[in-house]
Design a protein around this ligand. Structure first.
Ligand code: 6AU
Length: 262
């Protein structure tokens, strides 16, 4: 069962997916399973946040379409920061269309996401054409996708059957699917990385349907099976984002350490 395995011991199971493999190795060596959701509106804020939280994260998750001033220069600087602090870039685009459309959205357009994002999110809703479309646009680059198997928002339509469908879809595209966004341990397959959003210390929901109560990093890792916790406003709205990121990192990694020794 993946639950008790160390990140290092899952490397072989993830060998088919280069980004999952690199991420597991990075989490083990940097001792962090924190992904910060950098949901800010200007490039200046994004780059400043990335530089501050960089030492504490394994992944920086972006929504580049929230930026009011996106240019390719933002991405170049983000890449430099990712190398400086050793984290991977994760664009939360939630692709959800037919393969030929997502191939064009991913490979081209203003954001040219395939150029720079190691990982992107996708919905399983359209069927595996969405994965094939992404793969076709990734070309020879080392890229992967994370399927959104369950959502954290109230009234989400991601039923158990839906989540299971996502797992099956992933299992037949191991070279590209690196894991899942989930709210529970949707799979015990050690090759897939489970990422859980809706995490905050000392906070209950928001007014727009983020679940009635956020869970703590500890509960995300120990009760929901998260390998990686995704934290947005808990870090971005903190007075000192670097200090907040460090706190989240330490709590999440301690919970992981506790889990593997259970
Ligand atoms: O910590 P928050 O609530 O400020 O931010 C949570 C982040 C946001 C959401 O777009 C994202 O996590 N998210 C996702 C992802 C990662 O795919 C799925 C989901 O079910 N809920 C959720 O909040 O950037």
């Amino acid at each position: 069962d993946q639950k008790h395995l160390t990140f290092e011991s899952r490397l072989a199971a993830a060998a088919a997916q280069p980004v999952a493999h690199a991420l597991l190795a990075l989490m083990a060596s940097k001792k962090t399973n924190l992904c910060v959701a950098a949901d800010v509106t200007t490039s200046r804020e994004l780059l400043s946040l990335a530089d501050q939280v960089g030492p504490h994260i394994c992944l920086l998750k972006t929504h580049v379409d929230i930026l009011e001033d996106f240019t390719p220069d933002t991405v170049d600087k983000l890449k430099t920061l990712a190398e400086k602090h050793n984290f991977l870039l994760f664009e939360d685009r939630k692709f959800g269309d037919i393969g030929s459309t997502v191939a064009r959205q991913y490979g081209g357009g203003l954001y040219a996401t395939a150029e720079w994002a190691h990982l992107v999110t996708a919905h399983g809703l359209p069927g595996d054409g969405v994965i094939k479309g992404l793969m076709s646009a990734a070309g020879g680059r080392l890229r992967g996708c994370i399927l959104v198997a369950q959502m954290s928002s109230e009234g989400a339509l991601t039923s158990q059957g839906y989540a299971e469908g996502c797992i099956r879809m992933a299992a037949s595209h191991r070279s590209f699917v690196a894991g899942f966004v989930s709210q529970s341990r949707v799979t015990s397959d050690p090759g897939f990385i489970l990422m859980t959003p809706g995490v905050q210390i000392n906070k209950t929901g928001d007014d727009l349907g983020q679940q009635a109560s956020y869970v703590s990093p500890r509960a995300a890792v120990l009760e929901r099976g998260a390998d990686v916790i995704i934290v947005g406003r808990g870090v971005t709205k903190a007075e000192d984002p670097a200090a907040a990121a460090q706190t989240y990192k330490e709590e999440a990694y301690a919970a992981y350490t506790e889990r593997i020794t259970q």
